[in-house]
Design a binder for this molecule. Structure first.
Ligand code: UDP
Ligand code: MG
Length: 332
């Protein structure tokens, strides 16, 4: 590992420089780590006015990723390695990384398969320096399969319509967050995590940089279809109780239809008595009306369940951006 300056490895030697941490989740990336780290060093070497910390979180990899990471750690003490006791999933791995960088001025989250190009993080840093709190990388293009593109489109379309807050489209977890945003995100402790939704929920000044997402360098995706569907579901369920409200809407529609049916049946009975078939009207209308009423009642239960859910998520009520006030302990 070539290091052009000694002090880069010791933050204590450089009181003037602020620390930027990279949180780097790793799951079975043995063939990517060396290339990725080289690319990351190359990009970050352009900014020697910061101290960089490279925080790799091994998410219970089954290959020898951890050995590779520990070797990096040996060679460069700006590298930190955390290893989770088993595979907890990408979102939890990133959270573990965020929890560990409490004294960095900013944190960059980035995949370790070279799909997120390290040089883009320099653009993020430049925007952050101009006062933006969250810089997220928005995909201008993606070289994924047609299937992945189509499902991603459908997912963002649905999320746009359902979610209680605006979650930007075509944005993964590749982003830079200012320390104060990291601290706010850390207050969200829900288990079923959809980080990009949480960051959107936190607020502050958020802006995008556009980038072209590359193909995975080596290895295979840790997000097979099954995990992708579960992830999409936690995105929607975590930020919307709309599906619960649909229950009662459906109930109202069915009840209204059954009232119309009752009118129709009564009309036939009065105006065309010779055509009316005895018996079915009571059963038919009754069946529709009852199931309509049942759905409305389930919707009522759903609306309470939605409230219980929101309370159980126990998210912070608000986040402060600025608190300007006079001296607290001075004479008043
Ligand atoms: N990852 C992880 N835990 C997992 C799956 C993935 O930490 O259970 C990491 C992985 O090493 C990579 C990032 O999360 O750095 C994104 O995963 P992947 O590239 O497999 O997802 P895709 O880009 O295909 O959506
Ligand atoms: Mg990837």
């Amino acid at each position: 590992m070539t290091q052009s300056f000694e002090s880069a490895s010791d933050p204590a030697d450089s009181p003037g420089r602020r620390t930027i941490s990279y949180v780097l989740p790793v799951y079975n990336e043995a063939d990517n780590i060396a290339t990725f780290h080289r690319a990351l060093l190359e990009a970050t070497s352009a900014r020697d006015d910061y101290v960089f910390e490279f925080l790799y979180v091994d998410d219970g990899s089954r290959d020898d990723s951890l050995e590779h990471l520990l070797a990096l750690r040996e060679a460069d003490d700006r590298v930190t390695v955390l290893s989770l006791s088993r595979n907890f999933g990408h979102q939890v791995a990133v959270t573990a990384g965020l929890d560990a960088c409490t004294d960095s001025a900013a944190v960059v989250i980035m995949d370790t398969d070279l799909q997120d190009p390290p040089r883009v993080s320099l653009e993020m840093i430049a925007l952050w320096e101009s006062g933006v709190d969250v810089v997220f990388a928005q995909r201008r293009s993606r070289r994924d399969s047609a299937f992945k593109r189509a499902t991603a489109f459908g997912f963002y379309w649905l999320l746009d319509r359902l979610a209680s807050i605006e979650i930007p489209r075509n944005v993964g977890d590749f982003r830079l967050m200012d320390q104060r945003v990291v601290q706010e995100v850390a207050r969200y402790r829900e288990h079923d995590r959809f980080l990009r939704g949480i960051v959107a929920h936190v607020g502050f000044r958020q802006e995008a940089v556009l980038f072209d997402r590359d193909e995975r360098f080596a290895g295979e995706t840790g997000y097979p279809l099954r995990k992708m569907i579960a992830f999409a579901a936690s995105g929607i369920a975590g930020f919307s109780t709309a599906p619960l409200r649909w229950i009662s809407r459906l109930g109202f529609v069915i009840s209204a239809l059954s009232v119309m049916l009752a009118c129709y049946v009564a009309g036939v009975r009065i105006f065309y008595p010779e055509q009316s078939v005895p018996g079915w009207a009571f059963l038919g209308v009754g069946m529709f009306l009852l199931s309509g009423i049942q759905l409305i009642m389930m919707g009522v239960i759903g609306s309470y369940l939605g409230r219980v859910y929101v309370e159980a998520q126990n998210r912070p009520l608000y986040s402060l951006a600025i608190a300007a006030r006079g001296p607290r302990d001075g004479a008043r």
